[in-house]
Design a protein around this ligand. Structure first.
Ligand code: NAP
Length: 257
């Protein structure tokens, strides 16, 4: 039996267990199991590996993407750079850490990107925002972080407050990515504080939220003629990328996220 799983806390609304259980069933993959490990403290991390002899890989979610890094024997260059790990593989009794949110975001955004999307706004400055920042840097897209709390004090020094979002600014920043939980179930009547009248058909609004499938942020964008997408495709891509990493014959860290 090969076991995989997810650590985080709480895990009641997690997507991964359902996804992998369905995948194993659908692809007729026998002897595989995906288990939730809702640990209240990262100090319980070592215990999971000790108790589960067949555990070969873990996904990592809130609040442990950063806290898990000191437990790794090896970390990919992206994990080291953005300080966030959401996928671990055990190989020869050592733990290798990766970040598959990065590839999930990059690949899911690609079909919507237009040449005029040269400037982006990232709403929120949490764990998902660092993966988005990494991809935008790679794609040479200029960006500003938009924050309730960290304006002018972000690590990259380019965070602004929501008050600074003027019509003029939005006319240049045509890619808007919501990495905040605002609008997520059950708070589906909430939306990030933007001057929505300034959104045009040139804009692309990407909401990392996937429940509900169409957030109020996306609805407002659609009403203005913008293109929109939710976070479901990103979620699927990052899960499949974890599966690929867990199944490579060796755990190469070069060229890996
Ligand atoms: P997080 O670390 O908690 O950060 C979210 C950030 O959003 C916070 O740092 C905060 O930034 C801002 N924020 C929080 N509450 C807010 C509020 N009430 N109003 C305005 N801004 C608020 O969470 P995360 O891990 O980055 O995840 C954020 C969202 O992305 C969640 O909805 C999550 O489900 C989604 N996500 C989706 C995927 C996917 O695959 N689709 C992957 C990862 C995450 P400031 O304090 O700077 O404002």
């Amino acid at each position: 039996m090969r076991q995989f799983g997810l650590i985080g806390y709480p895990l009641s609304h997690s997507f991964s267990q359902g996804y992998f259980t369905e995948k194993f069933l659908h692809e007729n993959e026998k002897g595989l199991q995906y288990t939730n490990f809702p640990i209240a403290s990262i100090n319980d991390f070592d215990d999971i590996w000790l108790k589960q002899a067949n555990l070969q890989g873990l996904n990592v979610t809130i609040p442990y993407k950063k806290l898990v890094i000191p437990f790794l024997h090896h970390a990919s260059s992206v994990v080291k750079k953005i300080n966030a790990c959401n996928c671990i593989r055990k190989y020869n009794n050592e733990l290798y850490g990766y970040n598959t949110d990065v590839i999930g975001f990059e690949k899911s955004l690609a079909p919507f990107l237009q040449p005029h999307h040269t400037h982006a706004l990232i709403l929120g400055t949490g764990g998902a925002a660092v993966a988005v920042e990494w991809v935008l840097q790679k794609l040479n897209i200029n960006y500003l972080l938009v924050s309730r709390t960290n304006a002018d004090s972000s690590e990259s020094g380019n965070a602004i407050s929501y008050d600074a979002l003027t019509t003029e600014l939005l006319s240049q920043y045509t890619l808007i990515i919501n990495t905040s939980p605002v609008g997520m179930y059950p708070d589906v009547d909430e939306l990030p504080s933007l001057p929505y009248a300034a959104i045009t058909a040139q804009h692309h609004l990407y909401d990392l939220i996937y429940n509900p499938a169409e957030t109020l942020f996306m609805k407002k964008g659609l009403a203005q003629g913008a293109t929109v997408q939710n976070g479901l495709n990103m979620l699927h891509i990052q899960a499949e990328e974890s599966w690929r990493i867990w199944n490579t014959s060796t755990p190469p860290l070069e060229n890996e996220n």
